[in-house]
Design a protein around this ligand. Sequence first.
Ligand code: G3P
Ligand code: CA
Length: 333
Amino acid sequence: MLESYQPDSAFTYLGATDLLQLQLNSKVIVSVALLFLTPACLAQFDDLYDRVSIAHGGASQHLPFSSLTAFEAAVEMRPDYIETDVQITSDGVLICFHDLVLERRTNVEKLFPDRYTEVDVDGDNTKTWYVNDFTLAEIKTLDYGSWFSPEYAAERIVSFQELIDLVRGKVGLYPESKDPDFYHARGMDIDEALHDLFVSNGLSTLEGQKGTPIVIQSFHESSLKRLRELNGDNYALIQLVWEGQDYDYMSDAGLEHIASYADGVAPILRMVIPPNAQRITAAHEAGLWVHIWHAEANFPAPGYTAKSYMSYLMDVLHIDGIMNHEPDQFPLQ
Ligand code: G3P
Ligand code: CA
């Protein structure tokens, strides 16, 4: 057990914002909070609060990101959560897919050559194939594996319902709500769609989430606020951060701001390793968990294995959770 800071997922179940605004020492708050937790809540708390392994796109180090094969392999490796990006089809079905458009990782141009939209990119007319212009049935005909390797040509894009069915009762879910403004412009609310799917699966309550806790992440604070509005403290919420955002979320003021509507912050790794590691302490002092994500090319750092580097991030830098591509390498101790 780390000495310096115990992440405060219990806050999620006890009225996070009110407690955090007290700005008391986090250990004291957790101790007091535990007195009021029911046994059911304690089980949730155990899953959420320390050394959190989040399989980013499944076991994606050697398998196609967010494919059924990568998700199935990850479940066997028993991370705490499986991460996936979420987009919506034209018939309103949530799918596990990173991009807003299909052409980078599928053969949509070959199968649906005329179904493009022309967009202006730096003054040039460019053809693009939006996910949201295709039904789930059409999307299921696409090859979602050849981008990775020809041997995976039979992979199909996974619906979020299929992922729920795969993980239920085994590991948690860590979906990323993406592109809310794009969908709003088309009359769709991706956050409401996500919430509705959890409701229909009995996963919108803490009781329903036993065995399948739900953490929702987004770069868009509007999405996180919408989810809190829709379902109170029943989902843990994580603000994603990288340097390209308009607002400096990792500043002291930014972290305090996040704590007013979310439970944690997940910056890209390079923003919190030395010489910036003090931002981890600052986030903890604001009452936030710190999870990280990373781009494959810089992980692990030279001289480390994936396992020893993840140990360093958690034991030395006190990062609470890691979106990783190799959940079988995640150091449990
Ligand atoms: O969800 C963490 C990370 O995946 C965020 O970046 O662009 O890959 O969704 P992106
Ligand atoms: Ca993501």
